[in-house]
Ligand binder design. Structure first.
Ligand code: GDP
Ligand code: GDP
Length: 459
């Protein structure tokens, strides 16, 4: 019915304050519930029309012994595993500390959805800390003030599309493992909407790449336009459209509108606006200018989209003015492989937003990328495949003890995430994980999508 949000971060950043604000008076402490430790508080949260479960990793504040870091890590990992979404909170007034970096590392590896929140952001004393937070590599921070109740709109905007996703996913999956007892009526008898949910895309790229032209071209042919819809956030709006029989919601960014006003901030602005659009999207279209493709800014945004776990399509625009199309295409593919190895196999299509050429291929690529991003591989197939992979290339034996891979399963989709149960998970070298990820990509036809692989010990 709904999703679980874990609030994680080091002590004193304001987690409990946010927890209390989200749970409000209807605080329902369930610490006698099996499986929930004393250190994890759980409550039913309400934010606008969203209802979800929130977990707070409280109870660490009074721990002063040396093992604090270890406990914090274990507790956080537990919370992350229980949650669908993690809200990672930092203290914008204090700036980023090494413990924050440790948390970021855990979250990058372990969590499918991370929302970065810079708390204590009321007033300008927080500005430097908010900027620093970009360095965590977890996308754009939301400015929050848990104490003053500021920034909750932005939190809502980020959670809302995710909430839709989880609802959709639950409708798809059979309820055989998740037995949830609820005393409340699940829904007040309202009819379940049957309309296909629009595919959410974001078009990102440098100023002048042709984003506005492309979006207008897509919308131009369509009379069913239902946007722009104000109020999703200040900075990102979306338009819904039917593009060749496929409902799509295109996230548009304010940077495209505002760019003329702040010339010297153009680069900064468009990148951070792009970041925001990426958060909303299922498929991110990175639009390049054929004349100047793969500039630093393009690479950054493509990398970000991958790290955020989005399906990525590269579109090279202004193809109409290209003279040596063959040669150029070869050069583009070569540059793509070299500069963005993390997006191996992602589609690269050439388009002209101006003339409309190539837009059918772009749409195909978007649909295919979305499909791959949603792919699910059965556990039986995975384990057959895994034994083949082990046979072909056994895992290493650090200090003479061979790492044993016992079992593998797909834990999530969107993007595909796999868990391998093994001995000595901490000793597993990156190169072996990469071997498995590339194998998954090739053998199960999952080009281009980010693939998450987690090694986990028993118990
Ligand atoms: P936790 O231990 O990480 O859950 O942090 P708490 O919620 O206990 O908050 C730690 C301290 O930060 C408390 O003194 C709070 O009053 C304060 N705090 C929480 N949120 C804010 C905020 O938005 N602004 C400011 N200035 N202080 C805050
Ligand atoms: P944005 O800043 O990314 O939104 O870029 P715009 O859509 O405003 O386009 C920037 C410039 O590139 C404008 O002058 C457009 O007319 C031009 N442009 C956009 N797409 C194409 C294209 O496919 N071919 C050519 N030749 N010019 C284009």
């Amino acid at each position: 019915m709904s999703f679980t949000l874990a609030i994680v971060g080091r002590p004193n950043v304001g987690k409990s304050t946010l927890f209390n604000r989200l749970v409000g008076k209807k605080l329902a402490l369930v610490d006698n519930q099996p499986g929930v430790t004393r250190d994890l508080r759980e409550g039913e949260a309400r934010l606008g029309d969203l209802r979800f479960t929130v977990i707070d990793t409280a109870g660490l504040e009074d721990t002063t012994d040396d093992s604090l870091q270890g406990r914090m890590r274990r507790l956080t990992e537990r919370a992350v595993d229980m949650a669908d979404v993690c809200l990672f909170m930092i203290d914008a007034r204090a700036g980023i500390t090494s413990i924050d970096m440790m948390f970021a590392e855990i979250l990058r590896k372990r969590s499918a959805h991370v929302i970065l929140a810079a708390n204590k952001s009321e007033g300008s004393a927080a500005d430097a800390g908010v900027l620093e937070a970009y360095n965590l590599g977890l996308g754009e921070p939301i400015r929050l003030s848990a104490e003053h109740g500021e920034g909750l709109n932005d939190l809502y905007s980020v959670l809302m599309p995710l909430a839709d996703d989880f609802e959709e996913r639950e409708q798809e999956s059979a309820p055989e493992t998740d037995v949830e007892v609820s005393e409340e009526p699940e829904n007040d008898g309202a009819p379940v909407p049957t309309v296909a949910k629009p595919l959410q895309i974001a078009v990102v790229g440098r100023p002048n790449a042709g984003k506005s032209t492309l979006i207008n071209r897509i919308l131009g042919e369509d009379r069913l336009l239902t946007g722009p819809e104000p109020g999703i956030t200040r900075d990102a709006i979306s338009v819904a459209t039917i593009w060749d029989n496929t409902p799509m919601r295109i996230f548009d960014t304010a940077g495209m509108r505002k760019k003329a006003k702040v010339q010297d901030k153009v680069e900064k602005l468009s990148v951070s606006d792009g970041l925001r659009a990426v958060k909303f999207a299922e498929v991110v279209v990175v639009l390049l200018d054929a004349a100047i493709p793969f500039e630093q800014q393009d690479l950054r945004i493509a990398d970000l989209a991958e790290r955020e776990g989005r399906a990525v399509v590269l579109a090279v625009n202004k193809w109409d003015v290209e003279e040596d199309k063959q040669g150029k295409l070869r050069a583009l593919k070569e540059a793509f492989d070299r500069l963005l190895p993390q997006l191996r196999g992602a589609p690269l299509v050439t388009v002209s937003a101006k003339t409309g050429r190539g837009l059918d291929r772009l749409q195909d690529a978007i649909l295919r990328a979305h499909d791959v991003w949603n792919r699910r591989v059965s556990t039986a197939k995975l384990n057959r495949w895994l034994s083949g992979m082990i046979e072909a290339h056994p895992p290493p034996a650090p200090q003479g003890r061979r790492i044993k891979l016992r079992y593998m399963t797909q834990a999530k989709t969107r993007p595909p995430g796999f868990v391998v149960m093994c001995s000595q998970p901490d000793k597993m070298p990156e190169s072996y994980s990469r071997y498995l990820v590339n194998g998954l990509r090739d053998d199960f036809d999952m080009p281009g999508t980010p693939i998450r692989l987690t090694m986990r010990g028993q118990g």
